[in-house]
Design a protein around this ligand. Structure first.
Ligand SMILES: Cc1cc2nc3c(=O)[nH]c(=O)nc-3n(C[C@H](O)[C@H](O)[C@H](O)COP(=O)(O)O)c2cc1C
Length: 183
């Protein structure tokens, strides 16, 4: 089994990465593999709302007209058995890189070609409030909403804050193991 983790953080040594690392330990303990993608380290443009109707090729072909790394990450999702979306909490919401990626994924998934291999896939979200520690529940709600619109099977969303991250890493390890073994 292959688990893909998509992080809206640029810092491999940061708090969001620490949370994903804990989940990864559980995934590996259950005998599966996990690949990580740090979105700010690759090129993901914002949607340009192409065309007069603003839909570009999204609803016609289920793909994006922009030429960047978006399509390759969407393909990684299709090739994974489960996906983890992890974000630092910014203004009680998703980070800009994860927002940009999911905004575009939501659009192409309005067409069956775009949705293929994505709709119904098991997904876990992780939201890490690494500053004052507020806003993780709101961020979880935001993530849940967009993942649901895309058509993922959202099986858990885990809030964490700087003050409880050590405790949450233990939970995340259990979630990683469960993600692999639950079916
Ligand atoms: C623009 C911005 C907004 C932020 N908003 C919040 C917030 O609402 N709540 C919070 O606890 N931390 C907030 N932080 C702090 C981040 O959550 C923290 O820096 C992040 O978890 C650490 O990033 P990393 O996981 O990539 O290491 C914010 C940081 C930035 C840059």
């Amino acid at each position: 089994m292959k688990v893909l983790a998509i992080l809206g953080s640029r810092n491999p040594d940061g708090q969001t990465a620490k949370a994903v690392k804990a989940l990864l330990a559980g995934v590996e303990e259950a005998g599966a593999q996990m690949e990580q993608v740090f979105l700010p380290q690759i090129k993901i443009e914002h949607c340009e709302q192409e065309g007069k109707d603003g839909w570009g090729l999204c609803t016609k072909e289920g793909k994006c007209v922009l030429k960047d790394d978006f399509a390759s990450v969407a393909e990684k999702i299709r090739n994974a058995d489960a996906v983890v979306f992890a974000t630092p909490v910014y203004f009680s919401d998703l980070s800009e890189s994860l927002r940009a990626f999911l905004d575009r994924l939501r659009r192409i998934c309005m067409h069956e070609n775009g949705r293929k291999g994505i709709g119904g896939k098991d997904t876990v979200g992780v939201c890490v409030a690494g500053g004052g520690g507020g806003g993780a529940p709101e961020c979880c709600a935001s993530l849940q909403k967009i993942l649901g619109i895309i058509g993922f099977n959202v099986i858990d969303i885990i809030p964490a804050r700087r003050q409880n991250l050590d405790m949450k890493t233990k939970v995340l390890k259990i979630v990683g193991k469960w993600l692999v073994t639950q079916k």
